[in-house]
Design a protein around this ligand. Sequence first.
Ligand SMILES: [Zn+2]
Length: 323
Amino acid sequence: MQRRQFIKAGCATIAAIGIHPFSSAKALTRKCGVKTPPLNVRRKVEGQLKAFRMHSMSMLTNKKIVIPIHYHIIHAGSEGKISEKDIAAQTDVLNKDLQPYGITFTQKAVDYYDNEDWYVADMIDHVKAKLGKDPTSCLNFYSSGLLQSGLLGYATFPWDKKDLGLMDGVVCNASTFPNGEEPYNLGRTATHEVGHWLGLFHTFQDGCSGNGDEVADTIAHDQPDYGCPSQSKQQACDGKSFSPLNNFMNYSDDQCLTELSEGQMARIKEMVGKYRPEFLVAGNDAPTTSPVASESGYQSITGEGSSDTVIGGGSEGTFAITE
Ligand SMILES: [Zn+2]
């Protein structure tokens, strides 16, 4: 499909921004749109996790986590139309980043939707209910322009899955896929957002007060880090350590996001056991083969949307931009 000269849709007119499929309207800074849950919800979740830890940990024995991904690629002509190769590379990045922690991803399907209005929208919650698949069968992974919000991505938390239904899932800015825009072009926004989808908070959650990210071995810090360690060394709340620049749940550039803590991994396992048990499968959680190599490829590439379609309604307000 030929690229249009102007992308309309009310909020933005993007003219002549180049033919790169990941062009965005403005320079990006890492900004994640997850909603911080209310305190009563956080207390309830931590209580449920504690109970799971006391009574149900055996269900994790000899189990590994395998998550099929259903990609929903929203694009405007060639803008944001991520190639099959780059989608496969994104799955590869998730495996490279999280397989060492016992989480494997497979590629279940890829759907493309050519819709300018959706592509330029600041968030796409109003279309998720239309496009989403059964959240107990896959991770619904959306890509769109998110042009007005400037978000790199946002995600839902596992404890909300039952209430959200088809709204469950991860959304990433199209420019964050592999071969997108530097310095967020290595696919690690997805790793970060999937971290939320598996129950992790930002490492700077609550700053130097409150319960932080609810993980004991991630050092508390007040503000997100940007750039890379050579450019930013922020002191942590204890006054003597540095903030965890390399943690996937911080805001550093992609090339410097490389790790989770043991506590975060333990939290993910408990979260999956409690809220997403459908992704537990029999087997040792230390993977021995590459899931990407063993996958046969795409199951389907379907669902061309109509650029004239506008879907209203949705569950606006489910998410809030916290920064
Ligand atoms: Zn985030």
